[in-house]
Write a protein that binds this ligand. Sequence first.
Ligand SMILES: *Cc1c(COP(=O)(O)O)cnc(C)c1O
Length: 398
Amino acid sequence: MTNATHPFDALMEITARPPTVFVRGEGSLLWDDSGKRYLDFVQGWAVNCLGHSPAVVAEALAAQAKLLLTPSPAFYNGPSLKLAKVLVDHSCFDQVFFTNSGAEANEGAIKLARKYGVLRKNGAHEIITFEGGFHGRTLATMSASGKKAFEPLFEPKVPGFPKARLNDLASVKRLITEKTIAVMLEPIQGEAGVWPATDQFLRDLRDLTSARGLLLIVDEIQTGIGRTGKLFHYEHAGIEPDIMTLGKGIGGGVPLAALLATDAASCFEHGDQGGTFNGNPLMCAAGLAVMRQVADPDFLKSVADTGLYLESELQRMSARHGLGEVRGRGLLLALDLKHPIAASIVAQAFQDGVLLNAPRPDALRLMPALNVTREEIALMIDALDAVLAKLGAARRVA
Ligand SMILES: *Cc1c(COP(=O)(O)O)cnc(C)c1O
């Protein structure tokens, strides 16, 4: 027995966290244990697509919890069958494998592509991924990521992930060999700072991979489930990928993720893939509640409209303070600050009761609930104006 001296000490220290304990959330608002209220534009890292603790998810969880938690992944259950059908009906994919995290879904996508390579392409196994990409924190998904900070960690990496440059088709072509089986990317690189692949680049990649017999894998863990104003981002480009992964928003706040594949790419055999909690009815019931709301065309239209509103408000604010461009789509946006002031903005905003995220030293990322209101956006913009004024004044005094 050890004597933890502070309640924080018993948790592994894996990142810098403010010394605050959060106890309750509702919509775009979050409260800590001192009763302080925050306006949340992080939403669990683009997870709470319907805001904090939405009634539809809470009710679905409560109802399912009383019925059945886990029969075993070796038996069928109702919610997973229903959710798979809804996802298949609303996408270009034919089959689904549920997972508990985005990284696990991507790990499954990588295994599926390698299996496809064994069955159809003489054991080809390399998957071309992208500089700046982020696919998760398991060993294979860290290896697939193109994040500089990951490079020295946990060597040796899983081999077979050569890196191309986003929006540079020639850099992809140069990496294709007889060992290549797939190209995998995020339609918008989220963790890197919201860097979008152009629709033309996505179409070019689809043409290239089809012509060379390669699979196209889209990691829509951040961009999927309505985040960009379409149910799935690939729809903007008018393409049909072979494999897609979902996470974050699909559970509306609970751990749920998914691997989807077309009939042609869906080639797992018994024993290739599985997991104790995969497709458990409790999480799938939450996913169904989320999909019922988000797949509604009127809801998606409102996400697109709100996204345009947030974008224009950010652009006006950027002009007021001499900042840089606004990047992204729908409700996944970044404001370029042109200077490494993101950390001080996030810290001051936290003091002022607004939660913001800085994916890099010179950018803020906005990923509010998909049902955030214009009033909440106006409050966030006012708060950000005040933070920038304070920091500007502090800089002039210094
Ligand atoms: C968050 C994220 C992941 C990892 O998902 P986890 O649930 O944290 O494992 C993978 N890819 C993208 C694009 C993400 O945004």
